[in-house]
Ligand binder design. Structure first.
Ligand SMILES: [Cu+2]
Length: 150
């Protein structure tokens, strides 16, 4: 009697495991771990779970800090990938400056020494672009840099 109860117990456990696995396959990968480790080991579920976050990785967010002074930017070259969301934090060390990139309609405010402003844009065009200071003749005096979108 005890022995048959034992086997009924085993069958019940197996049925519960199968039911849990099947429900895991049927569900969209929500990423919630409420079903426990058992679900993670089922290949269709595991692959879906690792593919889900892959989409946002393709277009990444790049953040740079550019220091402005009389009359240059540092760094003077930035390289990003096409499609990247680019944020430039412009910190002005001395003088009165801004930072503009015409092709992406991106421009900081004109700011005093010690101030900072930032711009964010999507680098949706490949090529080589110039960022520059639009105050006075600063651009002609060399206050410019190169943005490479590859
Ligand atoms: Cu300037």
């Amino acid at each position: 009697m005890n022995k048959s109860l034992f086997w009924i117990g085993i069958v019940v456990v197996i049925v519960i495991i199968i039911a849990t696995v099947m429900s895991g396959i049927g569900q969209a990968p929500t990423g919630s771990g409420t079903k426990g480790d058992l679900i993670v080991e089922v290949p269709p579920y595991g692959e879906a779970a690792t593919q889900a976050p892959a989409a946002p990785v393709a277009a990444s967010v790049k953040e740079f800090t550019i220091i402005g002074s009389n009359y240059s930017f540092a760094p003077a070259t930035l390289t990003v990938k096409q499609g990247d969301t680019v944020t430039i934090i412009f910190k002005n060390n001395d003088g009165f400056h801004d930072l503009k990139i015409d092709e992406f309609q991106a421009a900081t405010k004109q700011i005093k020494a010690g101030a900072e402003d930032s711009i964010t844009f999507i680098a949706d065009k490949a090529g080589t672009f110039e960022y520059y200071c639009s105050v006075g003749k600063h651009r002609q005096m060399g206050m410019k840099g190169t943005l490479i979108v590859e």
